[in-house]
Structures are given as C-alpha cells and as structure tokens.
Design a protein around this ligand. Sequence first.
Ligand SMILES: Cc1cc2nc3c(=O)[nH]c(=O)nc-3n(C[C@H](O)[C@H](O)[C@H](O)COP(=O)(O)OP(=O)(O)OC[C@H]3O[C@@H](n4cnc5c(N)ncnc54)[C@H](O)[C@@H]3O)c2cc1C
Length: 401
Amino acid sequence: MAQIEHTDIFISGGGIAGLIAAAAFGKAGFSVICADPAPPVTDAAAEGSDLRTTAFLQPSRQFLDRAGLWDRLAPHAMPLQVMRIVDAGGEIAEPRVAHDFNAADISELPFGWNLPNWLLRREIAAHLAELPNVDFRPGKGTAQLMTREAEARVSLSDGARISAKLVIGADGRTSPVREAAGIAATTLRYGQKALAFAVTHPIPHENVSTEIHRSGGPFTLVPLPDHDGRPCSAVVWMERGPEAQRLAALPEEAFNAEMTERSAHLFGPLTLVSRRTIWPIISQIADRMEAERIALVAEAAHVVPPIGAQGLNMSLKDLRVLLDLVLAQPADPGARELLRAYHRARHAEVLARVTGVDALNRASMAEAQGLRDMRMRALNAIYSVTPVRRVMMRAGLGATG
Ligand SMILES: Cc1cc2nc3c(=O)[nH]c(=O)nc-3n(C[C@H](O)[C@H](O)[C@H](O)COP(=O)(O)OP(=O)(O)OC[C@H]3O[C@@H](n4cnc5c(N)ncnc54)[C@H](O)[C@@H]3O)c2cc1C
C-alpha cells in the first residue's frame, strides 16, 4: 500500500479555478497537491480544447496578480473598455436600442481583460511547474475522500494516499468532493445550450464587448487579438437546446450566414475560424460551501449562465475570501470555524448573483413580443438614470461585495 503523503492543501480539480487556486495558495507558501483526471489541453487546435474565453473583471485581475500569474498572462489579454448591450428583439433582427456602458464612467481601468481558456490552462500549468511547493498531478482523479476532525484523507485514482489539512473542491458542477461531503445542490434547467467559437469580421471591435438580445438567449462577441490580420472575437451564442444542436451541425457557409443575421450585421459578415463547441446551460448552487475539512469553490459551489462574465469571476472571489481567512489563521487552514466563516462570507452573495443572472437569462430567452418590448424598456430605464447605471456597473464588476 502507498505511503501517506502529507500536504497543507489538496485541490480536487485542475480546471481553471483549481489551477488558479493552486497558484494562489502555493504563492502564499502552503504545500499544495492538485489532481485532475483530465490532463489540460493546451493547444487551441487540438481535439477537446476549451475554446471559451474568460473576461477577467478588475477584482479578478488583482487576484491573478496576487497569485503571481498576471505578468505571464498580460501579454495575451485583450482589454475590454466598453460593454455594449443591444436589443434586437423587434419583428426583424436589427438593433432597436444600443447602450454603451463605458468603464471610464467608474474607473481609470478597463472593465476586464479577455483570455482564451486553452491558453490559461497552458500558462498556469507552466507556472505551477516552477513552484517547488505545488505538485500538479494531471491524469489522476480523486477516488475517495474521508474526513476527521484533524485531517482529510484522500485516495487518488493511481492509488496515492494523501493527508491534507484542507481539501478544496474545485471539481466542477458534478463535484465528487461535494458528493462525498453529502452537500446537496439546487439546479435550475433552461433547456438551453451555448455555442462557443471564434469569428473574424471586417468591422473592428474597438475593444467593445457586445451582447445582442433577441430570443433564445444572448449572442455575445468578446474582443480577441487579430487573427491572420483580421479583427477577431470570441462568440457565445445561447439558444434552446434543439436549435443550438441544429446550428452546431450546419455546413460552415450556412452557419456563417445565420450567425451574421443573429448578430444584426453589427460587424459585417462573420466568418467562423474555430471549431464549434457546445455547452449545457444551468444555474446551480450548493446548499453549503463547506463541510468538515472541505471548502467548495467555483462550479462545485455555483454555476450560472454565461451572462455578464460572472462565472469564473465569482469563483476567484471565493478563492480570495478563502485565502484571506486562511492567512489570518495559517497554522490550520482547514479549521472548522474558518470554514464556517468562509461559508457565511460567500453563500448569501453567491445566491444573490445566481438569482440575478437567472433573471437576466430568462429575460433574454423571451419569445413573446410583449416580453421583449418590456425587456427593452427596462434596459432604457437602467441606462438613462446615471447613478443607477453606475451602481449596476459596479455591481457587475463585483466591486460591491
Ligand atoms: C460558454 C461559456 C462561456 C463562459 N464565459 C465566461 C466568462 O467570460 N467569464 C467568466 O467569469 N466565466 C465564464 N464562464 C464560466 C466559466 O467558464 C466557468 O466558471 C469555469 O470554466 C468553470 O471552472 P471550474 O474550474 O469551476 O470547473 P471545470 O472547468 O468544470 O473544472 C472542473 C475540473 O474538475 C475535474 N474533475 C472531475 N472529476 C474529478 C475528480 N474525481 N478528481 C479531480 N478532479 C476532477 C474535471 O476534469 C475538470 O477539469 C463561461 C461558461 C460557459 C459555459
């Protein structure tokens, strides 16, 4: 039988949240083991690569900096200065109302910085390899977890046995750690899927992230660096499940025509320049974010539809709050009172955000013309009152919590 290895922190899951957690807790001086059964795919063109992008909002950039990652990511990041919300919910797919939320209204910095997920995996995994106190084990999954008052015992799929003071569950929406801890989760389903892919377009994006609402869910273009000398954006296109499947299977030319129509022709004809990947959309929240020796973070604790770049940004706030609490009491990073404080600090805010994004998603899915008109009036109302607009912008950044 394998010898027991001792570590301060065991992280189950090396998705983007788990990898960033490993960097952050490693930088803070803790010994860390992070395991994930799926080795990261670090090349955009490879099968299975994650073609989504993540818009890191201002507080998340600060956290990436604190985790020692920002210098390595900055050269690849595309700043987002303006978020444009367009309502194209009339009888035909053309813009009826467009409002620009400019970061300059509330800050000297851009709202956020956009990075491709496959590139994040490549850069963060390379950074972890340089940290002597962090041991990233791709290809190995958490097989068993047992906790006691003084430690957690983890077995990995290769038979390794680990004793940790704290287990961070960063193992996604069907989290094995959450399950082992017996924590229930509430799930809302929309019958909706998101297509994620990259496009080029003749009209430049000028660092504007554009969210176009019609029905079925938003169509969002987020700026990326030029591709073969042409302006390029990452697209997330949400639709009801069967419609998303139909679009995913269309021949490329027909797909280009349909997405150009859905984009209300705002950037001229769109050309697909990547594979199309498809993601199920749900909202979900775990009943608790802690158990004995366990903290749940990121999608293990909460899932939201991709609107307003909230998902991973909420996850980095989980990590920031947890790290601050642990640093205040570094002798035992898994102490029960600390974990309860983590739950208290995060759960209510997470619930409020999950509820808010759920409402936005339902408004964006609206089919009935009356509901679509109501949505447009609500957008106009929010935009036209400057203090309300600023409060909404700050709340969107997570600067209020
Ligand atoms: C289309 C789309 C666009 C998005 N855009 C944005 C955006 O712009 N901004 C934003 O903030 N968020 C965005 N999000 C949300 C964001 O992508 C997710 O929050 C994030 O990728 C989830 O990260 P995670 O690490 O929690 O989960 P995952 O990426 O699911 O990682 C979980 C990991 O756990 C591993 N695992 C599973 N079982 C085990 C086991 N037994 N042991 C160990 N590990 C295990 C898995 O292999 C996986 O690697 C978007 C989401 C979607 C669907």
